[in-house]
Design a protein around this ligand. Structure first.
Ligand SMILES: Cc1cc2nc3c(=O)[nH]c(=O)nc-3n(C[C@H](O)[C@H](O)[C@H](O)COP(=O)(O)OP(=O)(O)OC[C@H]3O[C@@H](n4cnc5c(N)ncnc54)[C@H](O)[C@@H]3O)c2cc1C
Length: 399
């Protein structure tokens, strides 16, 4: 079976690797002239690592990554720890794979290199899909250049503003959440004693929160700061931000945060307006399916958007390898496996927005008090709350 994949982000590249693993052939169409990722980190949880282990890529992915000691939550101003989930050997055993932090450029490079080694020439850069049409034998695709291509299956892994989704379902209706995200990466050596701990840490505050973690074998610190603001609404990975504004948003916070923001060089801060989208009711149209952000864009408050794309990739390729079934039925099977789980992750991310931004004293006591207690009295309870996400193993399903 030949599969065309539109988009060479984390979702599209992993979909190509999974397709090869299950014996399909692939062509990946990427509109960019070169594969570049933004200068930012990403959390790579165990549920996604299991897919890379099954693909034989765990070592390549882990090579430049960082393995945190724990996931923790702290108060933004005082630094008081609310809870810690140790990422000890026991946690790794519980969830079956490590929890890693990785620079997006390293992640993309590892996937691209693996794809080039396994299927040289299958990645086409500067190839922008503009339309598709189902045919009797599969699907025809039109590129911006006017070229057309045919395949058995088309996968739209073309991100949050997916053309494939728009052709399939019409324009979407994103809702601005009233939050923006500041993003920056800073060398650890520039932070002295105030370098973030070697954990994945969420810092809670009034109407804002921050996330810090380390990247690239511990040499870089990654910062994401989410602030409730309505004065700016552009959804873009490459929009530069004003460091003075970001510093003002987190003034009076713990020195870990203020030191980090003070160390961000001018021109190295980015901002992204956060939009929410309701789960779609369907992701397939005959021989065409959506994957990753094209199918289920989610707010970043569970750090699972790319991980869900990785899970999708495995399930899609596996379902298409199901013997004796029409490809369109396999795509519907893929959708029915994936839609409930990704909708739950979308809902969980949305719910965390409220949890992280408690404004009143009462709200804080009611939300953070039980977290603090559970973290001290029953840490395994905190682990258990994450089992549905991190313990999920898509590679264990049938072919
Ligand atoms: C602030 C922030 C923090 C986040 N943190 C995390 C985290 O810690 N962990 C996590 O798992 N997720 C996280 N996410 C989510 C994650 O970044 C996304 O879910 C993930 O990058 C989606 O991957 P994708 O491959 O589906 O789409 P994309 O990465 O958007 O890739 C789409 C690709 O398609 C290409 N393309 C677009 N249109 C066309 C076309 N017409 N033809 C050909 N090519 C096309 C694009 O150039 C691009 O290369 C975060 C998101 C944000 C905003």
């Amino acid at each position: 079976m030949h599969i065309l994949i539109a988009g060479a982000g984390i979702g599209g590249l992993t979909a190509a690797l999974c397709a090869l693993h299950f014996g399909h052939s692939v062509t990946v169409l990427e509109r960019a002239e070169a594969l570049r990722e933004v200068g930012a980190g990403i959390q790579l949880p165990p549920n996604a690592m299991r897919v890379f282990r099954a693909l034989g890529l765990e070592a390549e992915i882990a090579r430049n990554a960082f393995a945190p000691d724990a996931i923790e939550a702290r108060m933004g101003e005082t630094g008081r720890t609310l809870f810690t989930i140790p990422l000890s050997d026991a946690a790794q055993q519980r969830w079956g794979a490590p929890y890693l932090h990785i620079h997006r450029a390293d992640y993309i490079a590892a996937l691209r290199d693996a794809l080039k080694a396994r299927a040289p020439g299958c990645l086409r850069l500067g190839a922008e899909l503009t339309d598709y049409r189902s045919t009797q034998d599969g699907v025809d695709v039109v590129l911006e250049s006017g070229e057309s291509l045919s395949a058995d299956i088309l996968v739209g892994a073309d991100g949050i503003r997916s053309v494939v989704r728009e052709r399939m379902l019409g324009p979407d209706a994103p809702v601005f959440t009233g939050n923006i995200a500041w993003r920056a990466v800073v060398p650890i050596h520039a932070l002295g004693d105030h370098a973030p701990r070697p954990t994945a840490c969420a810092w809670m505050g009034r109407g804002r929160h921050a996330v810090t973690y380390r990247l690239r074998r511990g040499t870089l610190a990654n910062f994401v700061g989410i602030v409730e603001r309505t004065d700016w609404t552009k959804e873009s990975w490459s929009e530069p931000g004003d460091t003075a504004e970001a510093r003002a948003d987190f003034a009076d916070w713990h020195p870990t945060i203020t030191t980090l923001l003070n160390a961000v060089p001018e021109g190295a801060l980015y901002r992204w307006a956060l939009y929410d989208r309701a789960p779609l009711s369907r992701w397939t149209d005959g021989p065409v399916a959506l994957l990753g952000d094209a199918a289920h864009p989610m707010l970043p408050f569970l750090a699972q958007g790319a991980a869900m794309a990785v899970e999708d990739a495995w399930v899609l390729a596996r379902e298409l390898a199901y013997p004796g079934r029409a490809p369109s039925d396999s795509l519907r099977a893929y959708q029915s496996v994936r839609l409930p789980r990704t909708a739950a992750a979308q809902a969980g991310s949305r719910a965390n927005m409220g949890t992280f931004h408690q404004r009143t004293l009462l709200g804080r006591a009611k939300t953070y008090g039980p977290m603090w207690l559970a973290g001290r009295l029953a840490p395994t309870l905190v682990h258990r709350r994450m089992d549905w996400l991190y313990g999920h193993d898509v590679t264990q399903g049938r072919v």
